[in-house]
Write a protein that binds this ligand. Structure first.
Ligand code: 0X9
Ligand code: CA
Ligand code: CA
Ligand code: ZN
Length: 428
């Protein structure tokens, strides 16, 4: 283990890790535009469309309409304006990060930033929903493309984040990608071409319940799993052991409910994995999976990983020699751009029921796991200071773009596009 930190084994030093979590010098803004912090409020005394229009005209976004109430996302200024119009305004209780780490987005702040981006870029971005988490939180789904309202015949890409609750930097990564594709459109030619020729799906928060629990009470809980109760009173299924390919096959997960890698009673027993599975299945059109490539973001160890996780064999059923070579070639390209270490996922340790094994074996998606910053517990482990967010998300810009560029023909990475991809030869 001298060469690098193995992520799950890093659990053993959890006590040390938390010490690094609080760094008073760390808070620093991540991006220009969305820095006024929005929050969720319930507005009372709302009796019809005219009231809702008045509330909306303050700039607040109306998230849902209740009986005499509306739920809104608003900045403090907007909330004050709504109050001055004569409505009752109550802050919805949500968890937030410790003060030193307040540049990290909690659930409400993430939703607010996504709402604002969707409002600012209606031509190319839509905020949709995967459905609800176990505790009923909405799981946002972002689509970015030209003619975003239309399902066009363009290679589709999936970026998902935050299967593991304490891996908060991955939510920042997803928000970075949203900003990169929206703010870069029409400015950066590479981004513009991708938005015009791809359909990009971003799932910023696969585990909203676990994420909020992890920061509850103003300190970190080192929580990994979701928050679904098990039969024995313990809570939580490891979402990245709950996927339906070779589920629980190979000792790469645990049947013990209290375990950090508890795989759940059955594949897709967790609502959160079901939600993303159902979405991915819905992208199978006329028997052809539209999503061609994916990155599943985790922390930490600075690794680029590819299938399979359930076996250390480099080729296996559904993973032939050329496919393996293409995975390794792409992984190598990504790793050269972000400075991570590239390897087959099982060279870390065996994982069964992980998302990338399912995406590849069941759906043919060129799926990678990125383990982000840091590469050691001494740099913060799962809780690096907020000051690193900007650099450590931007670090994956090029690799994320390359994934989207190669989505039309991954075999181009080994020069075999003629053989395998018929007409495709370069990014359109
Ligand atoms: O164990 C995991 O799920 C990932 N490491 S973490 O520390 N973020 O929990 C690694 C998963 C890599 N393996 C596969 N994706 N198969
Ligand atoms: Ca399009
Ligand atoms: Ca499409
Ligand atoms: Zn993880």
């Amino acid at each position: 283990m001298g060469r690098r930190v193995v992520p799950m084994v890093a659990l053993a030093v959890v006590g040390v890790v938390t010490l690094f979590a609080v760094n008073p010098a760390a808070a620093s803004p991540t991006s220009s535009k969305y820095q006024q912090k929005s929050a969720s409020y319930v507005v009372g005394g709302v009796h019809g469309a005219a009231d809702r229009d008045r509330i909306g005209s303050t700039g607040a976004s109306i998230d849902s309409v209740g009986d005499g109430t509306v739920a809104v996302t608003a900045t403090p200024d907007e909330a004050a304006r709504i109050e001055r119009l004569g409505y009752r305004v109550t802050r919805t209780r949500t968890e937030s990060f410790p003060a030193a780490d307040s540049a990290y987005h909690d659930y409400a702040e993430m939703q607010a930033e996504l709402d604002q981006a969707a409002k600012a870029y209606p031509q190319i971005m839509r905020k949709l929903s995967l459905g609800k988490s176990y505790e009923g939180r909405d799981m946002p789904l972002i689509k970015i493309s030209d003619n975003v309202a239309k399902d066009e015949d363009e290679p589709e890409i999936l970026y998902d984040a935050h299967q593991h609750a304490r891996e908060h930097l991955t939510v920042e990564m997803a928000l970075y990608l949203v900003r990169m594709f929206t703010e870069g459109y029409g400015k950066d030619p590479r981004i513009t071409r991708l938005v015009n020729t791809r359909e990009i799906w971003i799932v910023p928060d696969m585990n909203p319940d676990g994420g909020e629990y992890d920061i509850a009470g103003g300190y970190y809980h080192n929580w990994r799993k979701n928050r679904q109760p098990t039969n024995a009173g313990y809570k939580g299924v490891d979402l990245n052991r709950n996927w339906g390919y070779k589920f629980a096959c190979c000792d790469g997960s645990s049947p013990v409910v209290s375990s950090e890698t508890y795989h759940g009673p059955a594949a897709f027993s967790a609502p959160e994995t079901r939600r993303l599975r159902d979405f991915v299945l819905s992208r199978r059109i006329g028997g052809v999976q539209q999503i061609k490539a994916a990155i599943d973001f985790h922390t930490y160890s600075e690794l680029v990983l590819w299938p399979y996780g359930y076996t250390t064999m480099t080729t296996a059923p559904g993973l032939g020699a050329d496919q393996q070579k293409a995975f390794a070639a792409l992984g190598g390209l990504f790793a050269r751009s972000n400075g991570y270490t590239p390897e087959q996922s099982s060279s870390l340790y065996i994982t069964d029921g992980s998302i990338i094994d399912w995406l590849w074996a069941a759906q043919g998606v060129w799926a990678f796991t990125f383990e982000m910053y840091p590469n050691s517990p001494a740099k913060g482990g799962f809780y690096p200071p907020a000051g690193v967010i900007a650099a450590q998300t931007a670090r994956n810009k090029d690799a994320s773009l390359m994934l989207a560029e190669y989505a039309d023909c991954a075999f181009r990475a080994i020069g075999k596009q003629e053989q395998y991809c018929a007409t495709a030869s370069s990014p359109r």
